[in-house]
Design a protein around this ligand. Structure first.
Ligand code: AMP
Length: 302
């Protein structure tokens, strides 16, 4: 079943303890769609500039991703600069050049209207809401956000959250959104803001899903990796594996949700092994399933 994702398709300039890269392919929608493409059909809505080449596009199309919704505008592609120190869980933003993103108004191709799943990657909450409203028939909506919008667009974000079924954010964002230093209390508060389920990502320590109906939370591990070369996109890759797996299943059951938490972690563990999207270009389903078993063996007693 198809997933529509709206979000940034970007160039990233990155520095980590393992090296530096300039203007490599990145963006939340890029990581999400590459990751989800291993499970289901993905359609992207976004915008790029004149510097976005056929080779960049081929990274997506060679994974079967539908890019008809990526608009080409005059100007430069969104460009993000990020740096990581010893703490790989925390990116320091060096610059954010919005470029063509500044005047982005999402347009949804007619051919995308029957998408069953929608993922609102991290963009301005008003744009997320706009896309959500243009897709009234979707069965399930996932969403992400970031500190910036929690700080400067809080009321718009709260309106958008009313329309999101599953919110995926990290520990820091959850505490900021709930204005609380306890993670569990934060989760409870966020679950009164609209989402039926909340996935809180703990970086290298895994992720926990909390439910609005009071059922027990479930935690999935992250793979202990000695050398995280580049954590950029780990969150979006997690979301792609998580939503992609859900979309590949006939019904959303508690057990599907738990496996989706594992697949999210599996996909993110690949991303961080290399710079940028490199590791997501040519995985095989066997590699993915092998790693899924590794994740199982981390937490299962037998
Ligand atoms: P993550 O590491 O999963 O949080 O996401 C990293 C990706 O988010 C990078 O590839 C960036 O291009 C993208 N990104 C960074 N800042 C923004 C922003 N303000 N709006 C949209 N995308 C962004």
């Amino acid at each position: 079943m198809s997933i529509l994702v709206v979000g940034s398709v970007a160039f990233d300039t990155l520095k980590t303890p393992f090296g530096e890269r300039t203007k490599i392919l990145g963006g939340a929608a890029t990581y999400f769609s590459l990751s989800a493409s291993y499970f289901t059909q993905v359609r992207v809505v976004g915008v790029v500039g004149e510097d976005f080449t056929a080779e960049h596009e081929a990274v997506l199309t060679s994974r079967g991703i539908d890019v008809r919704g990526i608009e080409r505008a005059s100007g430069s592609t969104f460009h993000w600069g990020g740096e990581y120190g010893e703490n790989v869980n925390e990116a320091q933003t060096k610059f954010t050049d919005l470029n063509v993103f500044e005047n982005f108004v999402p347009k949804i191709p007619d051919a995308y209207e029957d998408s069953k799943y929608l993922f609102l990657a991290n963009i301005q909450p008003e744009l997320q809401l706009d896309v959500r409203r243009k897709m009234p028939r979707v069965a399930l909506v996932g969403g992400d956000t970031m500190n910036l919008w929690i700080d400067i667009k809080r009321s718009e974000l709260l309106e958008t959250l009313q329309q999101v079924d599953i919110l995926l954010i990290n520990d820091g964002e959850a505490k900021l959104l709930a204005s609380d230093h306890s993670l569990v209390r934060s989760a409870k508060k966020i679950l009164t803001m609209g989402p039926r389920a909340l996935v809180i990502k703990h970086g290298e320590y895994g992720a926990t899903i909390f439910f609005g109906d009071g059922s027990h939370p479930f935690r999935a591990p992250a793979l202990p990796i000695a050398e995280v070369h580049d954590p950029t996109g780990a969150g979006d890759t997690f979301a792609g594996g998580f939503m992609g797996y859900i979309a590949s299943q006939p019904k959303l059951t508690p057990s599907v949700l738990k496996s989706a938490m594992f697949y999210g972690g599996v996909m993110a563990s690949f991303t961080v092994e290399r710079f940028g999207t490199e590791r997501l270009h040519a995985l095989t389903r066997e590699e993915i399933d092998e790693r899924f078993q590794l994740f199982r063996s981390l937490t299962h007693l037998d």
